[in-house]
Ligand binder design. Sequence first.
Ligand code: NAD
Length: 509
Amino acid sequence: MTSKELQALGIEAENLGTSTGSKWFAKGDIISSSSPTNGKLIAKVQCTTRKEYDKVIEAAEKAELIWRDIPAPKRGEVVRQLGDKLRELKPVLGKLVSYEMGKSYQEGMGEVQEMIDICDFAVGLSRQLYGNTIHSERPGHRMYDQYHPLGIVGIISAFNFPVAVWSWNAALALVCGDVIVWKGSEKTPLCAVACQKILADILKANKLPEGISSIISGGAEVGAWMSEDERIPLISATGSTRMGKIVAATVAKRLGKSLLELGGNNAIIVTPSSDLKMTIIGAVFGAVGTAGQRCTSTRRLIIHDSIYDQVKKALVDAYKQIKIGDPLDSNNHMGPLIDTDAVNMYLSALDKIKAEGGKLLTKGEVLKGKGYESGCYVTPVIAEVENHYEIVQHETFAPILYLIKYSGEVSEAISLQNGVRQGLSSAIMTNNLREAELFLSQNGSDCGIANVNIGTSGAEIGGAFGGEKETGGGRESGSDAWKVYMRRQTNTINYTSNLPLAQGIKFDL
Ligand code: NAD
């Protein structure tokens, strides 16, 4: 990525990582952001100090009083402008996502498209923040519920979707009348700087004050300031289950609200009637796309024994064709892992698979030589395992696909699929209506996302996104996910000159 392209996004060699809009400041530690694609330094970002953090929250508190008074459709107009700007910058922002995070350019562009889509969704939503009207049991009374802005929404996000997760939260929170404070991942700090600059310019052009959109930079410590902060009524945290458990406990201690989007351990059930071509495409894309670093990546295939060998052979053949290399080169299917720590986790998972009795069907190794100088490129692995292995029960954020056999009815496969602690995405490949309906029923998948004849990976903006169990229970994006960004109020109005009490209670004085 050239310095001219970076400058188009407002990225310099050295960047300040704290901003309340047009004002930028930071005196904390410096993060050097290097590209996992080639190991080269992209640029530096200076992190937020505790004092600066307080300054950001104070600005957000002031801005909230102004922003919440602007009618929702007018707030939607600002989000519409954000969507338009993102349309213009899609190629270059998509490239930064690809270069800083390591996903393919096409996926980087896809991530920016998700930002555009959520802006469009939010613009429509800004005229649809509906409550219900309720028939009162008392004569001459009217009852309804309505939604008010919450205040400051704190966003903590993960490295693997360095721009989309912010936009899912930002677009909805803004139309709901909240102001936002975002701490992006310390592994992708430049993506956060770029997004903040885009939105800050729009807010300034609309003559809106500082503090409506802010960013802060740093690691877990900065995230902890947010979780502990009583001035932030909602913390939306995306990342590992380990992080989510800490954030949830901290926010709960002060009776704040948290929206948690955590790890997955997603499976596709492959039944005897499945379309094998679709299954192989869905499984391979789900397992190796973003080098297995999506929360919805396919981690397990639960295959009926009558077709197991056939599926296994087709997968091993397909893996031989996967081209690994620079994600900005569209000939490659798979890019690098985010950093060498992730590579070490991948290697340690391979050791654990073998130690527990699993069998690797493809060689797992770190690639060396020309084009692989960053040390972050690995080969994707297929392993035959059993569902109960400790390593299979964990989410390893790497391209490792587990094959698990089932022999009887589809209910056996469903209990294997549900037999993990995470509950994000799930899928069944079948042409049998009974199997499909059972999978989607209350006796079927226990995940937040359950698909038929589609893989586990990826999702559309229109649906609510999130998962159950250790995935955290939060929902973002479409459907009525917006409600978490607002506080609900029930209102009863008496337009008579009597005061009848509810439940027919008499209280004569
Ligand atoms: P991570 O948990 O290491 O970090 C995520 C964010 O949390 C970062 O900004 C980090 O600085 C912050 N953080 C870490 N510890 C914290 C603490 N104690 N208090 C407050 N903040 C803290 O995750 P990661 O490696 O960046 O991302 C990968 C994980 O994210 C995977 O588990 C993946 O499944 C998950 N993820 C989930 C979704 C979803 O929607 N369910 C989406 C994307 C990623």
